[in-house]
Design a protein around this ligand. Structure first.
Ligand code: ZN
Length: 306
């Protein structure tokens, strides 16, 4: 039984339109689902991904309008690493981000930048043969498009505390460069710890809420048992409609989720029209007329461009 790398990363935004303009308009991702936070249906849950809405390329945001900027600290993911195909792509993105007014820096062969609310990302040339998960954008040449997640970095005071659950329980293994990899039959993802900054952590806009790892449908219950057997305290399985989930905090404090690969985003709208309308899970559908007016009206820059 193996986890198939990262399923999705979920973060917080205080401004859904600003967020959409950056992730779709600048980074070229596709908005594949516009729905609400199932635990708080008064706020958006936006899902960006490749063209097919694949696990492995799925960055999601809860919108808490006007949320104060957060500060990433111990027990939080602070950087999302993405794959690109070739070094030329880094040059392309350096220029494109500069044109968009986004500062970048080069470090360790990666191009590092932050979204408009301070969430840090890094692009690096892929060193694996996993399928590139790309979104089509009219102004981004295919060879330069993002290819899905490479991994995430989290801050931890004492990473060794997480060894038993991560290594013995979840199958994380060391790879060159200091990160741990979790790799399944089709896909892998990296998880790395960095020493935390002095500032106290504060969740808010521009911070990551949780990172989800991908489980084949049939293994999900067994993963829950595995987490329990290695000292974790997982939630019951929750049906998120597009996937099923368990959540638990790993010993370094980072909120983990294990989510199933499927049923996927095309379960309630056609694949070619993903994200165009507000999608509500069945248990919220009868509250649509109450929910819809509470949400920020959004204009998808990709819809405008096509
Ligand atoms: Zn999640």
């Amino acid at each position: 039984m193996k986890l198939e790398g990262i399923h999705h990363v979920t973060a917080i935004t205080g401004d859904a339109q600003l967020n959409l303009d950056f992730y779709v308009g600048v980074l070229g991702l596709r908005l594949v689902k516009k729905t609400v936070n199932q635990d708080d249906p008064t706020v958006y849950h936006l899902f960006y991904a490749d063209d097919n809405g694949s696990p492995g390329a799925d960055l999601t945001f809860f919108e808490y309008p006007h949320a104060v900027r957060g500060v990433a600290g111990a027990g939080m993911v602070h950087r999302v690493d993405w794959r690109v195909a070739a070094p030329e792509a880094l040059d392309f993105w350096e220029q494109r981000l500069a044109d968009a007014g986004t500062a970048t820096r080069r470090t360790d062969d990666r191009l590092v930048f932050a979204d408009p609310e301070g969430l840090e990302h890094a692009l690096g040339v892929s060193t694996v043969t996993d399928e590139p998960l790309q979104a089509s954008a009219p102004d981004i040449p295919r060879e330069h498009a993002l290819c899905g997640f490479d991994g995430v970095h989290a801050y931890a005071v004492n990473p060794a505390a997480s060894d038993h659950l991560l290594r013995d329980g979840l199958g994380f293994a060391d790879v060159p460069g200091g990160a741990m990899e979790v790799r399944g039959e089709h896909r892998g993802g990296l998880y790395a710890y960095d020493p935390p900054p002095a500032a106290a952590p504060r969740p808010g806009a521009g911070t990551v809420h949780h990172v989800a790892f991908a489980s084949p449908m049939d293994d999900h219950e067994a993963w829950r048992e595995r987490v329990l057997a290695h000292g974790g305290r997982p939630t019951p399985v929750i049906d998120r409609f597009y996937f099923r989930s368990i959540y638990f905090r790993e010993p370094s404090g980072v909120l983990f989720e294990i989510a199933t690969i499927g049923p996927g985003f095309a379960t309630d709208e056609p694949a070619e029209h993903l994200g165009e309308h507000l999608a509500l899970p069945p248990f919220l559908e009868d509250r649509r007329s109450d929910i819809e007016p509470l949400l920020t009206p959004l204009h998808d820059p990709r819809a405008r461009a096509v």
